[in-house]
Design a protein around this ligand. Structure first.
Ligand SMILES: C[S@@+](CC[C@H](N)C(=O)[O-])C[C@H]1O[C@@H](n2cnc3c(N)ncnc32)[C@H](O)[C@@H]1O
Ligand SMILES: CC(C)=CCC/C(C)=C/COP(=O)(O)OP(=O)(O)O
Ligand SMILES: [Mg+2]
Length: 291
């Protein structure tokens, strides 16, 4: 599939489908937090997701040093890119002829990484015109606009043809939609044997109900965090069979503990740290086969 032969894939798009989606489009159109832009400026990969892995304290050096804040930003960014690399690790054997779909693509950092790794075409959808234009601007700057393209489009109702996509993913974007509707759409566009991957925060059914911290995160981002149980049920109902499930909670805590010490804090750090520690919230990767 190419954007040239698919007129439906335009950046000028239909209005969001619901008043809630209008709110979310507005939210991301207006978002310009330094914690995202300054990290993206490190190497031009702009992410709206969190990090994983151990903090490299040797690279950070002395907190009193005048370059420390710059090193801290680079380190947080390194951990966020490591998160995206892990997601790409689970997409399976992708060739340069394949098309991938990033559902809820943000400013497009993961799409650029996917194209660099596989040489393939990557189509992203976001509700935000600002984000799509930003991502397309980056793709032009990098001269990969013929392979990497962002669209203003609802991920529940995409223009991609049935069975045309080798792999698709949601990186921290499932908490804005109904999971049954979402997985029905991934299942439709994926080829049989294709791979779906998500990295997401979910509430832990073992805790009982969403904790006050989870409710705080929902209010902060105007989202609706689902339970782990709901993911598995909605996948099973939509021909997506989990192949790998990884609890990334211990791997993401160092990122949050480091972020909490930076000048770029946004006020949501305590809710993530406390909910990961009390077990009410989990950071997970789920990779599923489309059967
Ligand atoms: C937290 S950001 C994640 C961005 C990106 N996946 C990343 O890792 O940098 C959430 C994204 O989901 C998108 N989103 C939320 N609801 C959506 C919907 N119904 N259709 C398309 N995109 C949606 C937002 O526009 C935003 O780009
Ligand atoms: C894991 C969960 C529940 C994620 C909610 C979705 C979300 C807003 C992710 C990060 O976006 P961001 O990078 O724009 O946020 P921040 O400004 O906090 O870095
Ligand atoms: Mg961020």
């Amino acid at each position: 599939m190419t954007t040239e032969t698919t007129p439906a894939l335009s950046t000028t798009i239909p209005a969001p489908a619901t008043p809630y989606q209008e709110d979310i489009a507005r939210y991301w159109n207006n978002e310009a937090r330094p914690v995202n832009l300054r990290l993206g400026d490190v190497d031009g990969l702009y992410h709206h997701h969190y990090g994983i892995g151990a903090v490299d304290h040797a690279a950070l050096g002395d907190p009193e040093h005048r370059e420390y804040e710059k090193k801290l930003i680079a380190e947080l960014h390194r951990l966020e890119s490591a998160q995206a690399e892990l997601l790409l690790d689970h997409l399976g054997a992708i060739t340069s002829d394949d098309t991938l779909v990033d559902a809820g693509c943000g400013r497009g950092g993961s799409m650029v990484m996917a194209h660099r790794r596989f040489g393939c075409r990557v189509q992203g959808v976001t509700l935000s015109k600002t984000q799509a234009e930003f991502g397309n601007g980056r793709a032009r700057d990098l001269r990969i606009q013929d392979h990497v393209r962002s669209h203003v489009c609802n991920m529940l109702d995409t223009p991609f043809e049935k069975g045309s996509v080798a792999a698709s993913w949601n990186n921290e974007s499932t908490m804005y939609v109904d999971l049954h509707d979402l997985f029905a759409e991934h299942s439709r566009i994926l080829e049989v044997g294709g791979r779906y991957v998500t990295i997401t925060g979910c509430w832990n059914p073992r805790y009982g109900q969403p904790s006050k911290w989870v409710s705080q995160i929902n209010a902060h981002f105007e989202c609706n965090i689902h339970s782990r149980r709901e993911y598995l049920r909605a996948m099973a109902d939509n021909r997506l069979v989990p192949q790998t499930i990884i609890d990334l909670t211990p791997d993401t805590l160092p990122y949050w503990e480091l972020r909490a010490t930076s000048s770029l804090v946004t006020g949501i750090e305590e809710a993530f740290i406390e909910s990961y520690r009390d077990g009410s919230f989990q950071y997970v990767l789920i990779a599923a086969d489309r059967v």
